[in-house]
Each structure stands twice: as C-alpha cells, then as structure tokens.
Design a protein around this ligand. Structure first.
Ligand SMILES: CNc1ncnc2c1ncn2[C@@H]1O[C@H](/C=C/CNC(=O)c2cc(-c3ccc(F)cc3)cc(O)c2O)[C@@H](O)[C@H]1O
Ligand SMILES: [Mg+2]
Length: 214
C-alpha cells in the first residue's frame, strides 16, 4: 500500500535523527521538507521566531492547536522548563499517530500531552480534564478559519490571563483575515507582526504575536 507523506516524514526522522535528541528531529524534518517533500510544518525560519517567543515567556502551560506531524510540538517542548506542560490538539487520527511517534523519538513524551480531538470540543474541557487554570502561550496552527472562533472560545472559557500570549502561524499565507482584523482592532490585545516566509519557500508569511490584556 502507498505510504502517506506524514509516514515518509516519520521514516526520515527515524532514519536521520538521534533518539532523544529533539534538535536532530527538528533538523531531520526540515531537511526532508526542504529537499524531499514540502510539508506544512512551521519550518526553520518561522521556527526561530517561535523559539524566541517560547524562550522569552518560559511558559508553564502551553496549548497548541493543530499538531499535524508534531514538528512545532517538538520545537516548543524542547525549550520548556521541567514540569512545564504542552497540550496539543489534533483531530486527524492518522496525523496524531505519526505525531506521537515523532514526539517519542525526540524523547519529549513527558512534556507533551497529545489529545486526539477537535479544538472546539476540548477547549471547554481544559480546566476539568487537565487541571489547567490559564495558558501562558497558545500556538495557533490549525484550520485558518478556526483561529478566530477558537480564540473567542478560549476567552469565554477563561483560559487566558493578563499576559497570556497567542502566537498565530500563517497570518499572510494561507492567511487568517478575520482573525487578524479582530485581534489587531481589539483593545484587549497588543499585537505585533513578525514578518518571515512560508516554510521552505521565498513566499511571504509571518507570525502574529498577541498579548492578552485581561
Ligand atoms: C478545527 N479544530 C481542529 N482541532 C484539532 N485539530 C485540527 C483542527 N483543525 C485542523 N486540525 C489539524 O491541524 C492541522 C491543520 C493545519 C492547517 N494548516 C494549513 O492549512 C497550512 C497550510 C499552509 C500552506 C501554505 C501555502 C500553500 F500553498 C499550501 C499550504 C502552510 C501552513 O503553515 C499551514 O499551517 C491538521 O493536522 C489538522 O488535522
Ligand atoms: Mg502553519
């Protein structure tokens, strides 16, 4: 049977990365996507911006919307302090299965809780299911038309506190116009655009970093 791109990406990790070495897992995926098959990981250029935001916040509780193959999950989790937790939501079971193995290869299972399900169903259950009060950082990288409804849902569920940071991928390409309009015009957020490029290409894209004012 034909393999899928995520399966071929996992094979590249298992072939080229060292078990327990997150940096080598990130490099193996970037090499695969740059030289073999493009895939929608945040990538190395935007990934460095992600790294700097994570390091600046030093978050205890992180939520990622849209795991895909776990590239950004590994990028974020490798920088977290001990006892910090990253919850990542993925509703495609095939992608979730690949991501679990990528996260395991990096040796980051202890820091990551991959939840198989839809953000709309799970955001309201974060407190009761995982004992989360608020998130210090949310990385949005799932369906682009879901960034805005899920942000409003997180506000309603009291998952954001004064200083919580939302970091959104792809605000230019593919684009998240309704989210950008909302977050940039809302008095409850301080937003900043980090200009970059679509992963593994020269096309413009960027990350929008928004701090919740409470
Ligand atoms: C809606 N609630 C949800 N809850 C849980 N998981 C969800 C989800 N929505 C989507 N997902 C999952 O997130 C992932 C979806 C990501 C969507 N991302 C994109 O479409 C995307 C697309 C591009 C892209 C850019 C240019 C181009 F020509 C082609 C593609 C680049 C990116 O960086 C992207 O992130 C999948 O794994 C999907 O199963
Ligand atoms: Mg993306």
């Amino acid at each position: 049977t034909q393999s899928t791109r995520p399966q071929r990406l996992l094979n590249a990790v298992q072939k080229n990365a060292t078990r327990g070495d997150p940096r080598s897992v990130v490099k193996a995926i970037d090499d695969f996507c740059r030289h073999k098959e493009w895939a929608m990981n945040v990538g190395d250029e935007k990934g460095c911006i992600l790294d700097s935001v994570v390091s600046e916040i030093n978050p205890a509780a992180v939520l990622e919307l849209g795991t895909y193959c776990g590239y950004s999950t590994v990028r974020i989790a490798r920088l977290l302090p001990p006892h910090a937790k990253l919850i990542t939501l993925e509703f495609n079971p095939d992608f979730a299965a690949i991501a679990r193995q990528v996260i395991a290869w990096a040796g980051l299972e202890e820091k990551v809780q991959l939840v198989e399900g839809a953000s709309g169903d799970w955001i309201p259950k974060m407190k009761e299911q995982f004992g989360i009060t608020t998130f210090d950082l949310v990385f949005l990288d799932h369906w682009k038309d879901r960034y805005l409804p899920d942000t409003k849902l997180m506000e309603e569920c009291g998952l954001l506190r004064k200083g919580s940071v939302l970091l959104a991928d792809n605000v230019i390409c593919p684009g998240t116009p309704d989210y950008l309009e909302y977050i940039r015009s809302s008095p409850r957020y301080e937003s900043r655009y980090f200009k970059s490029h679509l992963e593994y290409t020269k096309v413009e894209d960027g990350l929008e970093k928004s701090v919740f004012k409470g």
